[in-house]
Write a protein that binds this ligand. Structure first.
Ligand code: DQA
Length: 146
């Protein structure tokens, strides 16, 4: 079975009630469902992992070398998640970084991502739709045979 890794970092498990004016009202379960819908036509399923700590996210990446690609919203670990970056450097498949909010329209400490240079692409500011678009991109990047 081909699986897509959907990895969400700290504070993203409370989407829906977390600062909805910034992050919207869709829950993480809603997002996981929409990504699963997006890739189901190809026969892919979604391995959804959300963790509050960087170490657990690293374990999830290390356990996912058999997945076809990854969508990663690192939350605030975008700013200084160097260990998560190193883990993703060894991830063998393409990944797309997603941020619900437009991080460049916010505080300056959110303007750099240590992960972004490794990503195939970055989607920011489109809310929950961004995850779906990232899934679509990974379908394309994987090519027709995967
Ligand atoms: C976020 C943006 C980050 O700056 C923030 O720390 C988050 C959420 C987003 O999806 O917009 O936790 O990754």
């Amino acid at each position: 079975m081909r699986e897509l890794l959907l990895l969400n970092g700290p504070n993203l498990g409370i989407l829906g009630t977390r600062q909805p004016e910034i992050y919207g009202t869709r829950t993480l379960a809603d997002i996981e469902k929409s990504v699963a819908e997006e890739v189901s036509g190809r026969g892919w399923t979604v391995r959804a992992v959300q963790r509050e700590s960087e170490g657990e996210l690293i374990h999830a990446v290390q356990d996912a070398y058999d997945t076809v690609g990854a969508i990663v919203n690192p939350g605030a670990l975008m700013i200084a998640g160097w260990s998560l970056r190193d883990a993703l450097a060894n991830y063998p498949r393409p990944f797309v970084e997603v941020h619900l909010s437009n991080v460049w329209a916010r505080e300056s400490f959110r303007h750099e991502s240590v992960l972004a240079p490794l990503a195939s692409g970055v989607v920011v500011g489109l809310g929950a739709l961004g995850y779906r678009l990232a899934a679509r991109a990974l379908l394309e990047l994987a090519g027709p045979d995967i």
